[in-house]
Design a protein around this ligand. Sequence first.
Ligand code: XMP
Length: 497
Amino acid sequence: MTAYMANESEPFSEKLRVPEALTFDDVLLRPKESHVEPDEANTASHVSKNVEVNVPVLTAAMDTVTESDMAIAMARHGGLGVMHRNMTVDEMVSEIERVKQADELIIRDVVTASPDQTVREVDEMMGRQGVSGAPVVSDDGEVLGIISGTDIRPYLEVGESDAVREAMTDEVITANEDVTPREALELMYEHKIERVPVVDDENRLVGLVTMAGILQRREYDSAARDEDGHLRAGVAVGPFELDRARAADEAGADVLFIDCAHAHNRDVIDSAREIKDEVDADVVVGNIGTREAARDVIDFADGVKVGIGPGSICTTRVVTGAGMPQITAIAQVADVASQHGVPVIADGGIRYSGDAIKAIAAGADAVMLGSYFAGTDEAPGRVITMNGKKYKQYRGMGSVGAMKSGGGDRYLKDDEDGEEFVPEGVEAATPYKGTLESELHQLVGGMQSGMGYVGAESIPEFKERAEFVRVSSAGQQESHPHDVVITDEAPNYSPES
Ligand code: XMP
């Protein structure tokens, strides 16, 4: 590069003609005439070509953010949890299975009783397992009866040593595997029962449908579910982890996220393409941050994820000097991806609901957040108290701690030679926030209000109508509460952010 010297008449070197790149605080949505009430705004969107969600929010694939508890809660509330990969393949498979089985109509892991057990034994067993009834099955799995608290009650004290076969109801109403929730409810209503064993052609137990289970599914009416009614599950896989990708696919994951800090890398792209060829699940490729990177993955990716260094725990930009402010990164990638019908996920840097809806305005179809959700009950890790305030641990996947427990290759380096890691993230704590449900409610409510200010009823309409204005630093200051002392914390605003 030719150095530029003041007073020299030579032109600037090409490299000093630096284009500007913007991030969340640099822009605001231009308010527009609106006939849309915020709660009417429909937030349905896509996270990948074949996976639709009612809430365009994903939780980050980080070991202090998303495991199966978070993924279950997210899918129940309409979004998607992306489970991290700092775990063995077997652990990952059981985490995916946990999500898939969480709201299953037919419970497969059924607590059963044997006809020869005593009433007392079964009563104690049901107490231990937390169930109020159990099918009674023979040694080869044939359903002989069903026993519940109502059957047991008359036997307590006087007939506790009697065999279960004496106390059970032996006229059992059963269903087959094709039963729908409606049919199961009709059976329960007609026969005044609360559980129906599901049997095969030879009357052998294959599962159980319960009234409580059906009512719980109804509570989550905007849940993200697959064609079979199971909750959706996302999972991170390394770009070179073909075996992990195959195992995740077989376990039923809906979306695999190629988990790489810089996916615009020839080897990463070749390997991601190979993974895409091998699996049925959608494959989202990331992270990228430029239109050239988008062009290089768009022919095979089912989605792209954007974010080079915007995250709250990231030090990539200061350690490597590389990165792309997030609004510009999203806009560049979306320019290319939207022409090919490939959904864009904006990953990292979102502190407020306003940032999330700005990301959508810039061209994203959904947003991914880490720190926003790391303080919730559903995130892994325990609550710690410091100076009387509650926190949860939150660490970058490129931090020393996370890399030591297995996540190093996201940052393309390892300590196999015994050399020290060069981290690109920090280990931190984030204020404890309570349930995911209430945090998500605030986030999505704020996003819907943003849609209202722009007069858009749906995400596609919003993307079409939204325009930004550029904000000065005085404008940024004006945007936050100022010239006051905050006396009561708001549920969706913290000056600490
Ligand atoms: P937020 O801002 O939501 O960001 O906390 C979460 C996203 O940050 C990325 N991530 C990292 N980036 N070094 C980085 O440069 C890291 O150690 C690191 N860990 C996570 C990731 O994309 C995540 O979704």
